[in-house]
Design a protein around this ligand. Structure first.
Ligand SMILES: [Zn+2]
Length: 179
């Protein structure tokens, strides 16, 4: 599926499953997770990511994971269905956050493969014409770690096997349950 088709499918899916607005959304330039959340999220221009480089990677990874830990629990409590929860999070993340458009390519009982178009982290390099030969998408890696650790109920290892920042057409991640 191409990224435009994915985007439209996700919007439809969210309408059908939730029957209401998704809980992650941008409002007046601020990212909000829950309507009643009384929390601060500090955002900055994603272009700066390419200046921070590896220095910021661990922090970005943890931030991504913690976002999704919270969101997963929220939807899981509400919907009580892991399969729908994972679909909702992929869809909301793809259409509401500006992080990128994700497509789950495959999943087994202990692994998954995820493709991400338009990663905001890779775009930070591409837009500034900054060269790198290593994958750069730490935040999204953390998001996927949180997503699949909640889904599998086990620790997972996430590896970005190709990244748009290095010239690939999209980013791709392998997720494996740690034995
Ligand atoms: Zn990437």
């Amino acid at each position: 599926m191409n990224k435009e088709e994915l985007f439209e499918n996700y919007k439809e899916l969210l309408k059908n499953i939730l029957g209401e607005e998704p809980k992650i959304h941008f409002e007046n330039g601020k990212l909000k997770i829950f309507k009643d959340a009384n929390r601060n999220f500090v955002l900055f221009g994603s272009e700066f990511l390419s200046d921070l480089e590896e220095f910021a990677a661990p922090l970005l990874r943890i931030s991504g994971k913690e976002y999704i830990d919270e969101i997963f629990k929220f939807y899981q409590d509400k919907i009580k269905d892991k399969e729908k929860t994972i679909k909702i999070i992929i869809a909301t993340s793809s259409v509401m956050t500006g992080w990128g458009v994700a497509e789950e390519i495959s999943r087994t009982e202990n692994s998954a493969k995820m493709r991400v178009y338009d990663s905001f982290e890779a775009n930070a390099y591409i837009k500034r014409n900054k060269k790198t030969d290593k994958p750069v998408c730490s935040f999204i890696g953390g998001v996927l770690q949180g997503l699949y650790e909640n889904y599998f109920g086990k620790k997972v290892k996430v590896k970005e096997t190709q990244c748009a920042a290095t010239g690939a057409p999209y980013c791709e991640f392998e997720i494996k349950v740690k034995e």
